[in-house]
Write a protein that binds this ligand. Structure first.
Ligand code: KIV
Ligand code: ZN
Length: 506
């Protein structure tokens, strides 16, 4: 079986999704999980785009040693130099250069002739090649470009030293058969194509990103670019877990394989959702909450008799824990540790101890602690690690007669205990106003949602919020059996991110 190179762009194109900003430590955490997932290439960011992106790519290049670490660059000398500066310490560095090829982009956006695009593509690949052997080139908007012109560009950049040629369906316009035809044409008509790996990068505007990627594999492509949970610009990118599991489950059809440790998929999906604040829809293939749930009696009957009747994949192969046994207040450290391992967590001793205390506290309030509860409480504990201010206490008084009032107590960075109170239109508003009085950072709340992690009246409530300050969105999450406390935690989490970003910018 031939192997497909899995190029993950969660940290670059995925992070381009509106409202999905990640801080540097969060990017490193995702990169480490991608390494555990055994992707071949991590596109860690677009170094010229901001000092924060540069720093994140450099850090990942130094810390994550197994996969290729790739930095994106426009076809500008400054971009390429900056991309190299960011990835140069990687064990396996790559520079990815892109330039628009379609008439639409050329005429309306770049205002450049075809000859100029050809020349610049050649020169910028040659510039990148002086730094590193591993150079990828993408003719942007390829699916809306005349194929003969694409052939010309590809031949030129291979001559200049490109080793991977990526064909992007930038605006998600392609239809599988047509896109496959473009790939077939490239493999047939570019004379030096055997010197490079052909890759695809598909967007999901028509919901066809995965279908287009799979069609390309059938036609001879050997690298696919994708993101965890399919996050990305607009409707997103091709979803990594869907592509990898299609290749694995339908090995009979594709006759291909990947290096991915599929048991790490579920953990990667949860982590990316948690850190970006983008929930995974319940019916999402592979990682959605309902992906392996059988509701109909006939299906349940079949699965009990023989899982293969209605399950084409074993949930354990994607890392969904087999054990649905609930833990409770009598469960000890050992059982808790084992369950964490099954869920894909590898916590330090200190983090484990904190998570275990939180588990014990929860088990006192809630009779049965499920896997979802455990994921939620570990995430909550991890959120508090990098806090500036810690929300120590929340107390509200509300109802249909009184004026909603909140008192809060925070622990400041220097350990000082701060307390204040405020009135609001409701209890959450009152809590936020009381926190604002203490922290004093102006921002606007743009999104607020609450969901329960499991069924039942004693379920943990999870709050997701987004706030905006100086045009930048910050996501916050909080979990607690009390939704007002969860709301306060989520707000504190978003404010702490905002404060950290402001500190990093000074
Ligand atoms: O969608 C696109 O064309 C891109 C390129 C930078 C590869 O993201
Ligand atoms: Zn893209």
């Amino acid at each position: 079986m031939e192997r497909v190179i899995i190029f993950d762009t969660t940290l670059r194109d995925g992070e381009q999704a509106a409202g999905g900003t990640l801080n540097i430590q969060e990017k490193l955490e995702i990169a480490r999980q991608l390494e555990r997932l055994r992707v071949d290439v991590i596109e860690a960011g677009f170094p010229i785009s901001s000092p924060g992106d540069f720093e994140a790519v450099s850090l990942i290049a130094r810390e994550v040693r197994t996969p290729i670490i790739c930095g994106l660059a426009r076809a500008h000398p400054g971009d390429i130099d900056r991309a190299w500066a960011a990835v140069k310490e990687a064990e396996h560095p790559r520079i990815h250069v892109f330039l628009s090829a379609s008439d639409i982009h050329r005429l309306y956006q770049l205002k450049k002739s075809r000859e100029e695009i050809l020349q610049t593509s050649h020169d910028m690949v040659a510039r990148a090649k002086k730094y590193v052997d591993d150079v990828e080139f993408s003719p942007m908007d390829a699916s809306r470009t005349e194929p003969e012109y694409i052939y010309q560009i590809l031949e030129t950049v291979i001559d200049a030293g490109a080793t991977t040629l990526n064909i992007p369906d930038t605006v998600g316009y392609a239809i599988p058969d047509e896109f496959g035809g473009l790939i077939g044409g490239i493999l047939k008509n570019v004379p030096n194509i055997h010197r490079a790996i052909v890759s695809v990068h598909c967007h999901n505007d028509l919901g066809l990103a995965v279908a287009n990627s799979l069609e390309s594999l059938k036609r001879g492509v050997r690298q696919v670019e994708c993101t965890i949970n399919g996050i990305g610009e607009r409707a997103g990118n091709a979803s990594l877990e869907e592509i990898v599991m299609a290749i694995k489950t339908r090995g009979d059809f594709f006759n291909l394989t990947t290096n991915v440790d599929t048991r790490q998929i579920y953990r990667a999906s949860r982590l990316v959702s948690e850190l970006t604040g983008f929930p995974v829809q319940p019916n999402k293939a592979i990682v959605g909450a309902n992906a392996f749930r059988h509701e109909s009696g006939i299906h349940q009957d079949g699965v009990i008799k023989m899982p293969i009747t209605y399950e084409i994949m074993d949930p354990r192969t994607v890392g969904i824990p087999a054990s649905s046994l609930v833990l409770g207040k009598l469960s000890g450290r050992h059982a808790f540790k084992e369950r964490l391992a099954e869920l894909g967590y590898s916590l330090s001793e200190e983090d484990f101890n904190r998570a275990f205390s939180a588990f014990k506290e929860l088990a006192d309030k809630k009779k049965e602690v499920t896997n979802k509860d455990i994921e939620s409480l570990v995430a909550e504990e991890q959120r508090t690690v990098s806090e500036t201010y810690h929300l120590d206490r929340v107390q509200v008084s509300c109802g249909d007669r009184g004026i909603p009032t909140a008192a809060v107590r925070l622990i400041a960075p220097d350990g000082q205990v701060l307390a204040d109170a405020a009135l609001g239109t409701g209890p959450v508003d009152a809590v936020y106003k009381a926190i604002n009085r203490l922290v004093g950072v102006s921002n606007v709340l743009t999104e607020f949602s609450v969901k329960s992690v499991t069924e039942g009246i004693d379920a943990i409530g999870e709050v997701l919020i987004r706030i905006e300050s100086d045009g930048i969105t910050y996501t916050g999450r909080g979990a607690d059996t009390d939704v007002i406390v969860a709301s306060g935690k989520a707000y504190m989490n978003a404010l702490n991110r905002l404060l950290a970003a402001k500190k990093a910018a000074t």
